[in-house]
Design a protein around this ligand. Structure first.
Ligand code: UDP
Length: 367
């Protein structure tokens, strides 16, 4: 056997796993079907602007151990995510905070905002929110839901808010202070120079083969491999034999503009249903770029079909039940480990991905 681990996918999970295994003296080979490393955190430097090619990634965590871990591989700037929501011609601050409420209702104090929200949710009589709509309504009331949540969520997920799990909206904080910091986490920033450099460092000294499909590779080289870490889609691994899990895909329209500042913010969400894209990212603002031009990406959300890039697992009941069945198959595997957003069918953030990869390494250490 030439390799202790074949790592399928060079995204953050695969790269952390491979780095840690290499440190322990394991021989690793990383393969990726794409022509570049990094999975969906891949950034391409275009004339000095790091373009997040598969959507904006802002690193945030409350876990000091994970923050220290990632800081070994990059220096982070002090970027704080403060997206703007645009509903028709109205602009609001996110997450939902006193700036949002003040703009929405012309009020000033937290008590006034609470009174309005309270009166809007009282009539609804929702005891235990069963879906995203009920969760959102019982948190912020009808006005915020209708202007800032409903259209955006239905575009992003392609489903009625009543058919989506409530945990999705729990990612978004609600505050009664004038604080536009999107995340509640203690640590936050963008790696100076982009995310690809982090992956390069994690994979330093490890053999990587790009443009390499797992099934073809194993058909020819299976005898070189002791174990496999698979970070691709778990249903695809099993040739969809129990059914097809649903994912959302995203298409990006990238444009260069001859202006130094297109929208004045890195992230602008378009929350009305009628605008076809969900958000526009202006990449230079993540790193306070001073270029005389700018690059933007419009994000269009779509249902995933075979051949598309999967981005988000759709963790509703039906899909979670099917995933359970795949997990049952996976538990029977002696040589294959599944990990990452696609392998675990879980809406992980980057910090949770690192945590999960480190935990997996620990678990394997004691085996
Ligand atoms: N969301 C919303 N309006 C917004 C931004 C977010 O309703 O302007 C909701 C929406 O349901 C979305 C969820 O919050 O799916 C999580 O959004 P986030 O921006 O955290 O998602 P990601 O960056 O992972 O795409």
């Amino acid at each position: 056997m030439k390799y202790d681990y074949l790592i399928v996918g060079s995204g953050l999970y695969g790269a952390v796993f491979s780095h840690e295994m290499k440190k322990m003296g394991k021989r690793c080979l990383v393969i990726d079907k794409r022509p570049h490393i990094g999975g969906n955190i891949y950034c391409e430097n275009i004339n000095g602007i790091n373009v997040h090619k598969y959507g904006a990634h802002i690193f945030h965590t409350s876990n000091k151990k994970i923050w220290d871990y990632i800081n070994q591989f990059a220096e982070f700037n002090n970027y704080i995510n403060s997206p703007i929501a645009r509903y028709k011609d109205e602009l609001y601050n996110l997450p939902f905070n006193m700036n949002t409420f003040s703009k929405m209702w012309g009020i000033v104090t937290p008590q006034e905002a609470k009174n309005i929200i309270q009166s809007q949710i009282e009539d609804l009589n929702i005891m235990e929110p069963k879906n995203l709509e009920e969760q959102a309504l019982s948190l912020v009331g009808k006005d915020v839901y209708e202007k800032l949540i409903k259209g955006y969520t239905e575009k992003q997920w392609g489903r009625d808010c009543k058919e989506l799990p409530s945990f999705i909206i729990k990612r978004l904080p609600l505050r009664f202070t004038y604080d536009n910091n999107y995340f509640n986490d203690k640590y936050q920033g963008i790696p100076i120079g982009g995310y690809t450099k982090i992956i390069e460092k994690l994979l330093e000294g490890t053999e990587v083969r790009l443009g390499t499909d797992y099934h073809n590779f194993v058909a020819q080289n299976g005898d070189m491999i002791q174990r496999v870490l698979y970070t691709g889609m778990i249903d695809e691994f099993y040739d969809y034999k129990l059914g097809v899990l649903e994912y959302r895909s995203v298409r990006f329209e990238q444009e260069t503009h001859e202006t130094d500042n297109y929208q004045g913010n890195a992230v602008v969400n378009y929350t009305e249903r009628e605008v076809p894209y969900t958000r526009i990212i202006e990449h230079k603002h993540f790193e306070y770029g001073k270029q005389p031009f700018t690059i933007i990406s419009k994000e269009y959300s779509s249902e995933w079909h075979k051949g598309d890039e999967p981005y988000y697992p759709v963790n509703n009941e039906k899909n979670n039940a099917l995933y359970e069945k795949y997990q049952e198959l996976a538990r029977g595997e002696k040589r294959i480990i599944f990990g990452g957003r696609l392998g675990n069918y879980k809406y992980y953030d980057m910090d949770k991905i690192i945590e999960a990869a480190l935990d997996k390494v620990e678990e394997l250490k004691v085996q």
